[in-house]
Design a protein around this ligand. Structure first.
Ligand code: ADP
Ligand code: MG
Length: 607
């Protein structure tokens, strides 16, 4: 380790993983991004005969590793779709001759590490038969699956080719597997074990004999400062807010803005640079950007000639830049927010991880996740997290990642504090109490339910924004009959006094906040309706609605039924005043991005 990698001490659980690995055990290792997962197979690879096969999702990531390894004088190669025929042949020949060479010793020219992208396993029969030769010659030391959460659809970065890695254990039952990840909630872990056909996780005495050994290092990094900031409702204002934030807090620092879709990434990059008059130099990174351009961007960003990379999750796996001072999230799932925040502050210095959030994102996300397994549950986790204005972010993460685990997640501790100690520096830990108002909103909830019932009775449906307008008596509330071709939009005619005993006396933002809380607590539900290219999301009375709506208004006012509490932000916000007389844009039933363009709903190609 010292001689080749210049590293003098193990970090986190590196030593344990190396040992278990060299003992031939199946291992799952979860360490934060930047924690040093690579060493846990690179060191064993050098210390044992044979070749270590590493499956890694991105060519850029593999190239990075190969460069580092070659600099250290390690025989490492990569085989990807982009490898030239001649080079691929040479590598295959070297591996074949390794496979047929006798004895257990090591030869000078032996390939110690062979990196491949997952489609090599999924699609190349030739490569699989080469692996078989290696296994038969006793020369395949171990199989490493980097970013192993990509095998699971329950994770946030599913890759179909990863799923096909299940063939590895079927073909090579005796080769130990090491699965690495920085983000692995319990369900994802179980999924990884199942898909890769790894043995069940064991601990205690049983761990001495058999089964997969599970290592997880402290996932909390104290130099990361988490916060959720209010996201203005117009796309333009979001960009202004981000620009202001960056210029005020991180004028000359490198950062990333994570966006939900490729188009978002492009729009944000362009507008951020424009709004700041070029003071913030941006670049775009997503799956459709050409490889050469990606490399160029990476270089400019490292050098600092590009300050901010606006990207989808395609950017980041394995980014090796230490001084990322801020990561902003335009719209995100909780897994994504956590995982991608990990790209910040890898040098150990302070960094900010900001989630821009507004309740309306709920619908946008819903329209994208409604087709996923568990998409709804994941979305609600995010909403709960974002709307929480009291609990420490670190504790919220800890609870989220250890929820419903049958494994003891004792490792949710940091070096100097336990998992359930407050971090003391996130937005919730530092929030002034007067900036949050806790309010009994039982009557308002009852009103919302009654209004929805009335809308439903008229055969209409409401979006979150539509409901908010409608509830306040603004004619803007749209009425989407959901007709096939003719999208009939009419103003909903409601007799507020008869239906709900009057209009709801909360602000637009507050009603949206309340609506999301009611979605999460199942007083409200979501209904989806898909068209050829969008999924529309509507709010409807939820499973628990009747608990409250069966009472009359007078009963509710007099304390009957459950009480509903909600916390509202009372911070002075910089919201640009709309010009007097400007008509409020009517919310449509379509889930569209901020520019009003429908968001298509598709698989991973969106990123
Ligand atoms: P991960 O894959 O977990 O995100 P890497 O394996 O890429 O992280 O390692 C991140 C950085 O930490 C690398 O620059 C690596 O050289 C360094 N590193 C790894 N282990 C140690 C260690 N024990 N001590 C010091 N630096 C380390
Ligand atoms: Mg890594």
């Amino acid at each position: 380790m010292k001689k080749v990698f210049g590293i003098s001490n193990f970090r986190l659980c590196q030593q344990g993983v190396c040992n278990a690995n060299m003992d031939g055990r199946d291992v799952v290792c979860v360490m934060p991004t930047g924690g040093g997962k690579s060493l846990t197979y690179q060191l064993p690879a050098l210390l044992t005969p044979g070749c270590t096969l590493v499956i890694s999702p991105l060519i850029s990531l593999i190239t990075d590793q190969i460069l580092h390894l070659r600099e250290a004088g390690v025989e490492a190669v990569m085989l990807t779709g982009g490898t030239s025929k001649a080079l691929a042949n040479e590598i295959q020949q070297r591996l074949t001759s390794m496979a047929s060479s006798r004895g257990g010793g090591q030869q000078e020219r032996d390939i110690k590490l062979c990196y491949v992208t997952p489609e090599k396993i999924a699609k190349s029969k030739g490569f699989m038969s080469l692996l078989r030769k290696l296994v038969e010659g006793g020369k395949l030391a171990r199989i490493v699956i980097d970013e192993a959460h990509c095998v699971s659809q329950l994770g946030h970065d599913f890759r179909p080719d990863y799923k096909k890695l299940s063939a590895l254990r079927q073909f090579f039952p005796h080769v130990p597997i090491l699965a690495l990840s920085a983000t692995c909630p319990p369900k994802v872990l179980q999924d990884i074990l199942k898909i890769l056909h790894m043995k069940p996780v064991v601990d205690g005495k049983a761990a001495a004999r058999e089964g997969t050994i599970y290592f997880s290092a402290p996932l909390y990094r104290k130099n990361l400062h988490y916060s959720v900031l209010p996201k203005p409702s117009s796309a333009k204002d979001v960009i202004s807010a981000m620009s202001e934030y960056i210029l005020q807090n991180h004028k000359n620092n490198s950062g990333i803005v994570y966006c939900l879709t490729k188009k978002d990434a492009e729009t944000v990059a362009e507008n951020l640079q424009a709004v700041s008059n070029g003071r913030i130099r941006t670049g775009v990174y997503h799956a459709d950007i050409a490889d050469a351009q990606k490399e160029g961007l990476h270089r400019q960003w490292r050098q600092g000639s590009v300050q901010v990379v606006c990207a989808t999750i395609a950017f980041g796996l394995g980014i090796d830049k230490g001084n990322v001072r801020f990561v902003l999230h335009h719209t995100k799932s909780l897994d994504g927010y956590y995982q991608e925040s990990g790209r910040a502050g890898r040098d150990g210095q302070d960094a900010d991880c900001v989630l821009y959030y507004r309740p309306q994102d709920a619908t946008r996300q819903s329209s994208i996740t409604c087709t996923d397994t568990d998409g709804q549950a994941k979305l609600h986790d995010m909403l709960r997290f974002a709307q929480d204005m009291q609990e420490c972010r670190k504790i919220l993460f800890a609870k989220y990642f250890s929820a419903s685990s049958d494994l003891s997640m004792a490792s949710w501790t940091t070096e100097e504090s336990s998992a359930m100690d407050k971090c003391g520096h996130c937005d919730n830990c530092t929030r002034a109490p007067e900036t949050v108002e806790h309010k009994d909103v039982t009557v308002e909830t009852w009103q919302l339910l009654k209004i929805l019932e009335a809308v439903d009775a008229q055969g209409g449906r409401q979006t979150i924004a539509g409901l908010s307008d409608l509830a306040r008596g603004l004619g803007g509330g749209s009425f989407d009959t959901g007709g096939k071709r003719q999208k009939v939009k009419e103003k909903v005619q409601l007799d507020y006094d008869a239906v709900a005993g009057g209009k709801v006396g909360l602000s637009k933002d507050d009603i949206e906040t309340l609506t999301v809380q009611l979605l999460v607590s199942r007083y409200l539900g979501e209904a989806f309706s898909s068209t050829a290219y969008t999924v529309n999301v509507y709010v409807i009375p939820g499973e628990l609605a009747l608990r409250l709506s069966r009472f009359s208004r007078a009963d509710v006012v007099n304390g009957k039924g459950p009480r509903i509490q909600c916390s509202f932000k009372r911070q002075a916000r910089k919201v640009k005043a709309t010009a007097a007389g400007t008509k409020r844009k009517v919310a449509t039933g379509n889930i569209s991005d901020e520019e009003g363009v429908p968001v298509s709903v598709a698989g991973p190609s969106r990123i």
